[in-house]
Structure formats: structure tokens, C-alpha cells
Design a protein around this ligand. Structure first.
Ligand code: ADP
Ligand code: ADP
Length: 224
């Protein structure tokens, strides 16, 4: 599903050069649930941006679902992001004025799906995250954990190849954190490919494999 080969990312700002990734090799199979963990400044966000096709490597290659995305144009990358990847962020990024189901259907609006099909698929996605009875609630009427589950439903509504979660529990209390991590467990059991970026060890421990990033390299790939 995911193949990174000798991926390097160098940021140059004026005379300052930072090697954020220094030749990363990694493979993630379809259906795997992998946590990317490492201290602040280790290169996790850079790796997340590359995995999410928000940025391209300076050198090296990245194959996602059989496609070489490292050589794509910005327009092609946008297409891959919209069709292949479901994003979940620390901030839920929900529109406050819209009920949950309208938030969830948004990616389908951009994909040109018809209105009745959008509603049907949004409701089905909310059911999958256990929020069928909250479809008409606005974000402000939901707990943090429930808002993040709405964001997960929005990420899944396009049936992406990859669910990419960047510190998804970073804004949640411990109860909501467990709630969201239980949902990821369930999605994983159902065969979703999940990459979860975190700096928290107990969050990473829930994945079936961990990629440890340190100083721009992947140090170990430990099985559960
Ligand atoms: P993490 O997410 O693990 O905190 P990052 O990927 O954000 O790590 O950062 C890795 C390194 O790259 C750090 O030294 C950081 O300062 C640097 N870096 C990240 N983004 C940029 C950028 N846009 N411009 C310059 N340096 C950057
Ligand atoms: P942080 O980890 O600093 O709290 P976020 O997790 O919200 O920030 O976002 C991480 C990165 O992903 C940011 O660089 C941001 O530009 C990008 N990003 C955030 N939200 C979206 C979005 N809805 N679509 C695409 N990219 C996003």
C-alpha cells in the first residue's frame, strides 16, 4: 500500500538548511495499523506531509496504492489527496454552523456526488463511527471525542485507501482519547489501513506496529 524508498526532505530557508528526513525506507501493507512516533523535531510532521501528499520528497520515491506520487504535479497530488486519503487532524476542523451529517458529506460535494447519495453515504459513515443518532447535531452540541468521531466519518466517507491521523487525540481528555482510539481499533479490525502520527507512547501502543522516527531517520519498526 505504502512504499517509501530513500526519502529525503531538505528545507532551505536562506542560508539555513535542515535535513528533516535523511533517507527513510518504510513499507506499510494494506490493512496495517501503524503508529509513527518520535520526539518533537524528529521529522514526524514532515513524514506526515509526504505520506498525505501535502508535500513531495526532495529525493527518493513514494508509492501509494501502486502510484508513484513523488514525481507528481500539485494538481495530481490534490487529486490523490481527495480520492485516496482520509485526513484526521488534532483540530477537528468541523464547520460550526453545519450539522454533523453536512460536515461529513463535504468531501463528496467536492467529488461531485449527487445530493441524495451524499446524504445516504454521510449517514452510513456516521453510523460506522457510532453517531447515527447525532447526525443533526452541530459540533458545539457534541463532546470533543464525538466531534473527532465526526471528523473520522468525514475522512472515511470517500472510502480512502489510507486513513492518516495526525495527533488525533492531542486536543482530547483521557476519556475521549480512549473513545477515539477504540474507534481506530474497530476500523483496523474491519481492514482499514491506518497511519497514526503521535508523540504519546500510550497512544502509539494501541497500533499493531510502530515506526520510531529520530533525527530524520526511522530507527526501529517494532511489531506489537
Ligand atoms: P516533528 O513533527 O517530529 O516535530 P518536523 O517534521 O516538524 O518534526 O521537523 C523536523 C525538522 O525540520 C525540524 O528541525 C524542523 O525545525 C524542521 N522543519 C520542519 N518544517 C520546516 C520548514 N517548513 N522550514 C524549515 N525547517 C522546517
Ligand atoms: P498541528 O499539528 O500544528 O496542530 P494540524 O494537525 O491542524 O496542526 O495540521 C497539520 C498540518 O496539516 C498543517 O501543516 C496544516 O497545514 C495541514 N492541514 C491541516 N488541516 C488540513 C486540511 N483540512 N486539509 C489539508 N491540510 C490540512
Amino acid at each position: 500500500m505504502i512504499e517509501l524508498e530513500a526519502v529525503r526532505k531538505t528545507y532551505e530557508t536562506g542560508i539555513v538548511r535542515v535535513d528533516a528526513l535523511r533517507g527513510v525506507d518504510a513499507e506499510i501493507a494494506e490493512g496495517e495499523y501503524v503508529a509513527v512516533i518520535g520526539p518533537s523535531g524528529s521529522g514526524k510532521s514532515t513524514l506526515m506531509h509526504i505520506l498525505g501528499c501535502l508535500d513531495v520528497p526532495t529525493s527518493g520515491s513514494y508509492h501509494l496504492a501502486g502510484q508513484d506520487v513523488s514525481a507528481m504535479t500539485e494538481a495530481e497530488l490534490a487529486e490523490v489527496r481527495n480520492r485516496r486519503i482520509g485526513f484526521v487532524f488534532q483540530q477537528f476542523n468541523l464547520l460550526a454552523s453545519m450539522p454533523a451529517w453536512r460536515n461529513v458529506e463535504l468531501p463528496l460535494v467536492y467529488a461531485g456526488v449527487s445530493r441524495p447519495e451524499r446524504r445516504e453515504r454521510a449517514l452510513a459513515a456516521l453510523e460506522r463511527v457510532g453517531l447515527a443518532d447525532r447526525a443533526d447535531h452541530k459540533p458545539g452540541e457534541l463532546s470533543g471525542g464525538q466531534q473527532q468521531r465526526v471528523a473520522v466519518a468525514r475522512a472515511l466517507v470517500t472510502e480512502p485507501a489510507l486513513l492518516l491521523a495526525d495527533e488525533p487525540t492531542g486536543n482530547l481528555d483521557s476519556e475521549s482519547t480512549v473513545d477515539v482510539l477504540n474507534l481506530f481499533d474497530e476500523l483496523s479490525r474491519l481492514g482499514r489501513t491506518i497511519v497514526l502520527i503521535t508523540h504519546e507512547h500510550d497512544v502509539a501502543a494501541r497500533a499493531s506496529r510502530r515506526l520510531v522516527v529520530r533525527d530524520g531517520n526511522i530507527m526501529t519498526a517494532g511489531a506489537a
